[in-house]
Design a protein. Structure first.
Length: 121
């Protein structure tokens, strides 16, 4: 059993629950949904979401996914706050996320300085 992780706003997750699938803007804009493995999650959170509240982490069981999952280099490898090696691969889902693949959601709250840690959830 393998898990991947996705950070989104609580409002986006609520909308997904109402629509019976999760289709973030990145799916329309880039053609896929960005995910992370557990060891990548904090770098992603602190590079792209630092200081942002009202977030949740979706924990997804890969075996339950209906859309194609590919491991590829990051789309934003040169982001100034995103320390990533040249060989890093991230999970990208090429289609909507079926909700039955989400096995848990965890509130993701930054510390008083805006940084995320695993103690955040």
């Amino acid at each position: 059993m393998s898990h991947i992780y996705h950070i989104c706003t609580r409002a986006a997750w609520q909308k997904a629950l109402e629509n019976s699938e999760y289709r973030p803007e990145s799916l329309e804009r880039e053609g896929f949904i960005h995910f992370s493995e557990r060891h990548e999650l904090l770098n992603v959170a602190n590079a792209f979401y630092r200081g942002q509240g009202d977030l949740v982490v979706l924990i997804v069981e890969t075996e339950r996914l209906k859309a194609e999952l590919c491991y590829e280099p990051p789309l934003h490898p040169r982001h100034v706050d995103f320390p990533v090696s040249n060989t890093a691969l991230f999970p990208h889902l090429y289609g909507a996320l079926n909700l039955d693949a989400v096995i848990d959601t965890i509130e993701f709250i930054p510390d008083k300085n805006g940084w995320f840690s695993f103690s955040s959830f």
